[in-house]
Ligand binder design. Structure first.
Ligand code: XMP
Length: 512
């Protein structure tokens, strides 16, 4: 196992993710509480994260000295490298100007971290994000790689097995970063690399049992992957102590509500309360065209309905949520600056306080593709596990302007045709998210010998790793023509189809 000491970086969880990808178990502990974890885990290695502090500031965080004396490997990343250098007798200075973004690292000497990867003299892309830098390394270290702005880009003390990196190997902008971390945990720390999702599942089940005891848990299902995986995992842990509530707001895609019900009731036999509250939602949305007001109404009504049902279940002590790691950091920007609300994201926020429930969030440290892997481990059918993300407010935010039952039905048909064609073309898994939107615009067309005056349908498809940024999926013209023809021919109410060619940023993935 690997202990990751967190100095407050925005991307510490990415280090854990890379370690998991290397097939090794890790735990993250905050720097001021890491000794307990160290004693308990007896780790084979330690990784020190980056962080917002400057080691030159008084009272800035330090590594527990015992970690450096324990004769186990240590990898310091960014702040981790600086604090390690400081404590071992080197020098760190505050840079006048920092270094942020892409940089090219030149390999100066061979190093175990480069096994099967980098050779002396080569240059490779890495991602820098730092203000301070090491200006004199500690005794015993040597320089193995440099960049223009950071002469100590990678330093190594092979005897002690201490390594430091000025850049961030954990982010995707360091393309070989995952392999560097894998080399550290396997070749330096000697971890076997045979840990898998099966073990994650077992550990989480144990954790859920400990947290919940004989309490009652209630879980809201959205129809999406995350809440489904959370629910099935919790059910494996505590069985009938879990009740699932499916607030069916009528804003789901074609056939989706039935799939949820048959999966939970039929396949898993998990107690499920299915609330068909379409009318309530559609009545409340009447006449409302403002995107934020639509979102807020749906979020609030969802909670109201959920709360009434939760009370009926009889004093649930815990609320389960399929919160993922990107949801946790979403409100905080990469550089740690305060961020503005772009959209009021819909989840069951607010409920725990109102109802005095504690949260069970077993997926909090995972990323979307890891949740999918866990879902497969739990035996969830592929149609659920591989499904594109779907927003809580559902089709309401894919119908700019007023939402009506009629417009939902039109959109559902167009969306189903689009997705069917994507699946038939074998493209579904290459796309992060694809969906149709129904525009509040009518245009003139001609069908047969008649004039038509009908709605415009927009198509969107993007690739992404986490939904935070996205690129447009470049369909062939022939594919788009086929979809367009089918939609206009088969969906009454649509006579024109357009394709959305906006990346994120500047666009968002959803239209509202
Ligand atoms: P945007 O449109 O902000 O979306 O680029 C990023 C990702 O988040 C999804 N999304 C939501 N998910 N509740 C959710 O659970 C919401 O209110 C919500 N709004 C957007 C969106 O589908 C995309 O995957």
């Amino acid at each position: 196992t690997i202990l990751i000491v967190d100095f407050g970086s925005q991307v510490t969880q990415l280090i854990a993710r890379r370690v998991r990808e290397a097939g090794v178990y890790s735990e993250i502990a905050p720097f001021n509480n890491a000794e307990d974890a160290f004693e308990r885990m007896k780790p084979k290695g330690i990784i020190l994260s980056g962080g917002p502090s400057s080691v030159t500031d008084e009272g800035s965080p330090r590594i527990p000295q015992a970690f450096l004396d324990a004769d186990i490997p240590v990898l310091g990343i960014c702040y981790g490298q600086q604090v390690m250098t400081t404590q071992l007798g080197g020098q760190v200075e505050g840079g006048e100007s920092g270094e942020f973004g892409r940089a090219f690292i030149e390999i100066a000497e061979s190093c175990v971290l480069f096994d099967g990867l980098w050779k002396v003299g080569e240059k490779h892309q890495v991602w820098m994000s730092h203000g301070d830098k090491v200006t004199e390394f500690a005794p015993g270290f040597r320089i193995v790689a440099t960049t223009e702005g950071a002469p100590f880009a990678i330093i190594a003390d092979d005897d002690k097995r201490f390594y430091g990196m000025q850049f961030h190997p954990e982010v995707v902008h360091t393309p070989d970063g995952g392999k560097l971390i894998a080399n550290f945990v396997r070749h330096v720390c000697g971890c076997a690399g045979d840990w898998s999702m099966a073990e994650f599942k077992a550990a989480k089940i144990k954790e859920i049992r400990e947290q919940v005891g004989d309490g009652k848990v209630i879980c809201g299902l959205s129809g999406g992957v995350d809440s489904a995986v959370a629910a099935v995992l919790i059910h494996e842990a505590i069985g009938e102590q879990l009740t699932c509530v499916f607030v069916d707001h009528g804003l789901m895609r074609m056939g989706e509500a039935d799939q949820v019900v048959s999966l939970f009731k039929g396949h898993y036999n998990i107690p499920l309360v299915h609330l068909d509250v379409e009318t309530l939602f559609l009545n409340g949305l009447k006449g409302e065209a403002d995107p934020e007001k639509k979102r807020k109404f749906i979020g609030k009504t969802f909670i109201d309905v959920f709360e009434i049902e939760a009370k009926k279940v009889g004093g649930a002590d815990f609320l389960a949520q399929g919160t993922l790691y990107p949801d946790v950091i979403e409100s905080v920007s990469f550089t740690g600056g305060p961020s503005v609300t772009i959209k009021s994201h819909h989840n069951v926020g607010g409920l725990p306080e109102r109802m005095n429930m504690k949260l069970v969030e077993p997926l909090r440290e995972l990323f979307k593709d890891e949740v999918r892997a866990l879902g497969r481990e739990l035996g969830l059918p592929e149609i659920f596990v591989g499904r594109h993300p779907f927003p809580g407010p559902g089709l309401a935010i894919r119908i700019p302007g007023e939402v009506t039952k009629e417009r939902c039905d039109i959109l559902r048909k167009a969306d189903a045709i689009y997705l069917e064609e994507i699946r038939n073309a074998g493209l579904y898994d290459a796309i992060w998210q694809a969906f149709a939107v129904l525009l509040p615009v009518k245009t003139v067309g001609v069908m047969g010998d008649s004039r038509t005056y009908d709605n415009v349908c927009g198509l969107r498809a993007v690739t992404s790793t986490d939904g935070m940024t996205a690129d447009v999926y470049p369909f062939d013209a022939s594919f788009l023509t086929r979809v367009s023809t089918r939609i206009v021919n088969e969906v009454k109410g649509i006579n024109r189809v357009v394709y959305d060619y906006t990346s994120k940023p500047p666009g968002t993935i959803e239209w509202e």
